[in-house]
Design a protein around this ligand. Structure first.
Ligand SMILES: C[C@](O)(CO)[C@H](O)COP(=O)(O)OP(=O)(O)OC[C@H]1O[C@@H](n2ccc(N)nc2=O)[C@H](O)[C@@H]1O
Ligand SMILES: Nc1ncnc2c1ncn2[C@@H]1O[C@H](COP(=O)(O)OP(=O)(O)OP(=O)(O)O)[C@@H](O)[C@H]1O
Length: 322
């Protein structure tokens, strides 16, 4: 494969991309395209996927970290799909080897695959010096998956459409989370399918429903945020994985300000009073034997960005303090 002379591929680029929790996830009835209209509030949290891009003559991916054996390494891998889409969009005739180090649970409802895709877009854009604007990258991101634009954007945002149309939202302060992770993931498509059966077509989105939640975020009021957390997919996730009810109950008993299934599940997210309290909730899950793994994190944090290898490139160079 020959490289155009303007494409320099002599570097390694390292990108970090966050997982997410849907503070609120409201779901309308399935539309003709097979997708559900959403009104959601995303918060990016400090569980990070690392994406390392190195020059190569072909497109390939390797994976390490939590549950990495469950991640496909063929063309269906979302990070590879992202590299391929960027190359096609920009006419770059170059390869890349991507290495993904996973910390976001696989098929856990926290957008790990989407974070890999967003990370790969940023990494390849920097490696290949394709110099796409953020808006162009966001357009590519939306083609890869509904959650990918938010993985690029990070922080706090309202998502509409399939979840891919984003409006940044104001949020004050730092929120502390504990996560109960299951070894066995849930298929997002399946959870939406069970949602359809449960509502049998009778639902509509209520745009005003998250007023208290937005107010809590603006005020930096964690207890009020805890009371306002909401997930329309929770019943469907519980149908498929009834034992999640125990994880929810254990976190409530441990004094969580709010607790819900994250996105399409099965990860359970508990909002804690402090970093210390998040560790207490996580320890309660471990002691009760209702999680295969536990994690703690803070949010909001920035979206996918370069941490090494492309100063002056497209992605911001991350400040390691966040
Ligand atoms: C549950 C959420 O994580 C909430 O943020 C997202 O809606 C899912 O986002 P995602 O995993 O990026 O989803 P996609 O890869 O776009 O779609 C996977 C499958 O989920 C279902 N899906 C997804 C998004 C949406 N608004 N409606 C849907 O019905 C569709 O069956 C689709 O085939
Ligand atoms: N790079 C990737 N990392 C993880 N999963 C991937 C990747 N590429 C493709 N997949 C496939 O996507 C499926 C969903 O993975 P992912 O970890 O993104 O789930 P999720 O967090 O539930 O997604 P979301 O929250 O966006 O609905 C996996 O079961 C896997 O088969």
């Amino acid at each position: 494969m020959s490289l155009p002379s303007q494409v320099r591929t002599d570097r390694e680029v390292r990108v970090r991309a966050p997982g997410k929790v849907n503070l609120s996830l409201r779901v309308g009835a399935r539309e003709a395209d097979g997708y559900h209209p959403l009104a959601t509030v995303f918060q990016a949290v400090s569980l990070y996927e690392e994406v390392v891009a190195r020059p190569s003559t072909a497109l390939s991916v390797t994976v390490s970290g939590q549950h990495s054996h469950l991640v496909p390494t063929g063309p269906e891998n979302l990070a590879l799909a992202a590299a391929q889409l960027l190359a096609a969009r920009t006419g770059v005739d170059a390869g890349v080897h991507l290495h993904l180090h996973k910390a976001v649970p696989v098929a856990g409802g926290m957008a790990g695959g989407s974070a890999d895709a967003a990370g790969a877009l940023i990494a390849c854009d920097a490696l290949w010096r394709t110099g796409l604007a953020r808006e162009e990258l966001a357009d590519l991101a939306a083609r890869l998956g509904s959650d990918v634009p938010f993985s690029l954007a990070g922080h706090t945002a309202i998502g509409t459409g399939r979840g891919h149309l984003l409006t940044p939202a104001m949020s004050r302060g730092e929120y502390h989370w504990a996560f109960a992770v299951r070894d066995e993931g849930l298929s997002t498509a399946r959870v939406f399918g069970v949602f359809d059966e449960l509502i049998s077509g009778a639902t509509r989105l209520e745009p005003e429903a998250d007023r208290a939640l937005m107010q809590a975020l603006r005020a930096g009021d964690a207890p009020a945020l805890g009371r306002a957390l909401h997930n329309d997919l929770q019943h469907a996730a519980l149908e498929l994985a009834p034992s999640l009810a125990e994880s929810l109950a254990v976190a409530e008993d441990a004094g969580a300000l709010g607790v819900l299934v994250s996105g399409s599940g099965p990860t359970v997210a508990a909002l804690a009073r402090s970093r210390q309290h998040a560790l207490v909730v996580a320890a309660a899950w471990t002691a009760a034997g209702v999680a295969d793994q536990v994690a703690t994190a803070v949010g909001p944090v920035p979206g996918a960005r370069v941490v090494h290898g492309a100063r002056g490139g497209v992605g911001d160079v991350a400040d390691d303090s966040d």
